[in-house]
Design a protein around this ligand. Structure first.
Ligand SMILES: [Zn+2]
Length: 111
């Protein structure tokens, strides 16, 4: 990600956080709880797929409050840890944001 002042376009928010997009560097910015992360779109897509896979793999198989799920971030020193309930909230925050992003890309080819 090149150095610049991100021009965050709001995609979606709820009581847990928000998701935004910088068209200048194609990065996704995710705030959830007390953490905020910025990832290039492709890296974010791969990261999010892991979240969804883990969410489905452990549905009804783990205590929803156990902090079991650890995910890398853009910083080597910071990882995010979630329980299953938080993964559920995370997906419900991200999914509508990605739909808004996709819709904007269809409407505006330069987005
Ligand atoms: Zn940017």
């Amino acid at each position: 990600m090149n150095k610049h002042e991100h021009q965050l376009h709001h995609l979606h928010h709820d009581e847990n956080g928000f998701i935004g997009y910088c068209p200048q560097c194609s990065s996704i910015h995710l705030a959830f709880g007390v953490a905020m992360s910025a990832m290039e779109h492709e890296a974010f897509t791969l990261w999010y797929q892991k979240v969804v896979d883990e969410y489905h793999a452990f549905q009804h198989k783990i205590c929803p409050h156990a902090k079991h799920f650890v995910f890398e971030t853009d910083s080597p020193n910071i990882r995010m840890v979630f329980n299953w309930k938080e993964l559920h909230q995370l997906i419900h925050l991200i999914e509508p944001g990605l739909m808004v992003l996709e819709a904007r890309r269809i409407i505006n080819a330069s987005y």
